[in-house]
Design a protein around this ligand. Structure first.
Ligand code: FES
Length: 115
């Protein structure tokens, strides 16, 4: 999670109100063409590209499991660590991109910071 000075609003995409993303829940937002899955893991927010690295499938269609800090792809069962996007099991070996998240009084925000 990122804190500190507020960046230009145009650089960040609003995901939802803070009250709409409670522990164990997830939301999807889009930054341009990039789908971003934002999850609340025991009160800490993380954002991953919502696209399995095995094939082009939305991870948000799978299962977010807070107990293992992972999201499981619904197509072939690969799992990714929501904290850094690393692949935890086959058939996915490449990580998915992780993105910054910040929270303020107006909402939960994320962005594709890959340039
Ligand atoms: S598409 Fe996700 S595991 Fe195959």
């Amino acid at each position: 999670m990122t804190t500190g000075a507020t960046p230009p609003a145009s650089a960040w995409v609003r995901v939802c109100a803070p009250s709409e993303l409670l522990p164990g829940e997830s939301r999807v937002a889009w930054d341009g063409d990039t789908p971003i899955l934002v999850v609340n893991l025991d009160g800490t927010l993380y954002a991953l590209e919502d696209r399995c690295s095995h094939e082009d499938v939305e991870l948000s269609a799978g299962t977010f499991d807070a107990a293992t800090a992972s999201v499981e792809c619904m197509l072939h069962g690969a799992r990714f660590d929501v904290r850094d996007g690393s692949a935890l099991c086959a058939p996915a070996y490449a990580p998915v991109a992780s993105f910054p998240v910040r929270v303020d009084d107006t909402g939960v925000w994320t962005r594709d910071d890959r340039g």
